[in-house]
Design a protein around this ligand. Structure first.
Ligand code: SAM
Length: 210
């Protein structure tokens, strides 16, 4: 276990506070409060999303591969028995659950970090029932802004090392399409309260065709 991952888990909530206050908390709430049925969240981190799931969630499975993050997630999950939840140690690329066993997969600020976007999205697709929803909130490459995209490319080698494999230049929108999903809704927005190089963001819902 590296010292860096321990530090990241310890200070994750504090470093995100500005962005949460400026926009992320509002976005999370809007995306999560009306979800229904059996929900899988991948890369759940310290469990920030737990505060926003509504009463329609019948079962919640949270996966998180980093042991330090998972410890905080478990602590936050305690006392939320209403959500009928479990915390599991899986990376997004391989989750030991049956095909088509979830109504919704939630993924917030994770596809920047996974080892393989293609494998992670293929796994989400496999786990969703036909017609199921992939709910995403991800910072992405600034493909609409050449100047900012250049800065993202400059900072990326450093950023990947100090921010737990977080990439700045991933075209996550295209990766979701390549995995076979259709977009039900997608918003291309800019986050506030954090570094400009992580501000280009996509959020929305993609569906697995019925
Ligand atoms: C930026 S944090 C986001 C945490 C949380 N989803 C949120 O919205 O605050 C990225 C998370 O992805 C996790 N992660 C890293 N590699 C992963 C992988 N291969 N599969 C799933 N999660 C991964 C990290 O441990 C970390 O908890």
């Amino acid at each position: 276990m590296s010292l860096l991952s321990r530090l990241m888990a310890r200070y994750y909530d504090a470093t995100m506070r500005g962005m949460e206050g400026a926009c992320l908390a509002r976005w999370r709430k809007g995306m999560l409060r009306d979800l229904r049925g059996k929900v899988l969240e991948i890369g759940a981190g310290t469990g920030v999303n737990l505060a926003y799931y509504g009463t329609g969630v019948r079962r919640l499975v949270l996966t998180e591969p980093d042991p330090h993050m998972r410890r905080q997630l478990q602590a936050r999950a305690e006392g939320r028995s209403r959500l009928n939840l479990s915390v599991m140690d899986f990376g997004a690329e391989k989750i030991d659950q049956p095909d088509a066993s979830f109504d919704v997969v939630v993924c917030t600020l994770v596809l920047c970090t996974v080892q393989s976007q293609a494998s992670s999205l293929a796994e989400a697709y496999r786990l969703l029932r036909p017609g199921g929803q992939f709910v995403f909130l991800e910072h992405v490459a600034a493909l609409d802004s050449p100047g900012l995209h250049r800065w993202q490319r400059v900072f990326q080698p450093f950023w990947v090392r100090v921010c737990g494999n977080c990439h700045l230049t991933r075209d996550t929108e295209q990766a979701i399409l390549d995995a076979g999903f259709d977009f039900l809704q997608i918003e291309r927005v800019r986050s506030r309260g954090g570094p400009r190089i992580v501000s280009p963001t996509i959020k929305g819902i993609a569906t697995k065709p019925a």
